[in-house]
Design a protein. Structure first.
Length: 326
């Protein structure tokens, strides 16, 4: 009931009498009083004034189970929420939960990670009280060959969610980074369990730099945070919800189409690679060209110096002017 009371007080934005809360939730005054007391112990500064009731002041930035549940207004993504103060990795926990029967839409969130990972097993800086680390469990019915496209769907959602929450020009660096101001602010990692042609589950994780912070030396020149870029504090809970809402929209369109076809134009508008020189490192060697966007299966289309178009489905893609590529 604590998260429901939080949501009710936040929506009203004014004093609400204890009697109204009792009638709304169908509980006793004692139950309301206890719930308010527990929320106060968790750090919420709920004002209680005799003959006026309870008020939740605006602009409180707490992060936890109740805060996330009280803000969640998605259709299915983020139900249920499982919040942890610390995990080795939200993706690892999500895979364990998926193996044990967790339903689609389960959201794993951690305040910090002790073994955060990025693409190709690279470490991801994951301090407490600073950033967002979450993983969403999916149990899709579509063909195995479509699963890799989920990374691009989450990339769109992360960029759109960041834009809505912070007002910054978040862009996608194909295939799984989000950049703003020419620096990385978010990384995405999808993993799946497959048996023959059947997908048991897909877990899609995201790490978003939110607070101003001191980055490790090896990434200090290429990483930034949303607070630095937008010049104000950002609600981590609000941002997660906005990303999930965008994901639901994009994922629904993707599932119905069975490809990225109806999302191509929307994706390309967010693509920092678009119409810029890129350097591609793939198993066949290094080459350069001009990125022209993605195709219906999520491959990056690169125009070579001779005018031919090649489809890049894997490998390292650097963009001139991004992350120091000059």
């Amino acid at each position: 009931m604590k998260s429901e009371i939080l949501a009710f007080l936040r929506k009203r934005g004014e004093y609400v009498s204890g009697q109204e809360l009792c009638e709304h939730f169908g509980v006793s005054r004692t139950a309301v009083w206890k719930a308010i007391g527990q929320l106060k112990k968790e750090g919420y500064h709920i004002e209680a004034v005799q003959n006026r009731g309870y008020l939740l002041p605006a602009e409180q930035e707490l992060f936890g189970q109740n805060e996330l549940e009280s803000r969640m207004n998605t259709k299915w993504a983020g139900y249920p929420v499982k919040f942890y103060d610390s995990l080795s990795s939200t993706n690892l926990q999500a895979k364990l939960d998926a193996e044990n029967g967790a339903e689609e839409g389960t959201l794993i969130v951690a305040d910090m990670q002790t073994a955060g990972r990025g693409r190709k097993g690279r470490s991801w800086s994951s301090p407490a009280g600073t950033n967002i680390y979450f993983t969403l469990i999916l149990k899709p019915k579509f063909a195995v060959e479509l699963a890799s496209m989920v990374t691009l769907v989450m990339g769109m959602a992360a960029a759109e969610g960041i834009r809505k929450t912070c007002g910054v020009e978040a862009e996608i660096k194909w295939p799984n980074d989000i950049v703003t101001g020419g620096k990385k602010v978010c990384g995405i990692l999808a993993e799946m369990s497959v048996e023959r042609e059947y997908i048991h589950y897909v877990v899609i994780g995201a790490g978003i730099n939110v607070r101003a912070q001191h980055f490790p030396e090896e990434i200090a020149d290429v990483a930034t945070s949303l607070q630095v870029e937008c010049g104000r504090k950002v609600s981590r809970a609000e941002l997660i919800v906005n990303v999930l809402k965008a994901f639901e929209d994009c994922y629904s369109i993707f599932q119905e189409a069975g490809s990225l076809e109806p999302l191509i134009e929307r994706y390309n508008r967010l693509l920092v690679n678009k119409d810029r020189e890129v350097r591609v490192l793939d198993p066949g060697g290094e080459f350069r060209g001009i990125a022209r966007g993605i195709n219906r299966t999520g491959e990056l289309l690169v125009e070579l110096p001779d005018g031919n178009i090649t489809e890049v489905y894997a490998g390292e893609v650097s963009v001139r002017g991004i992350y120091g590529y000059v």
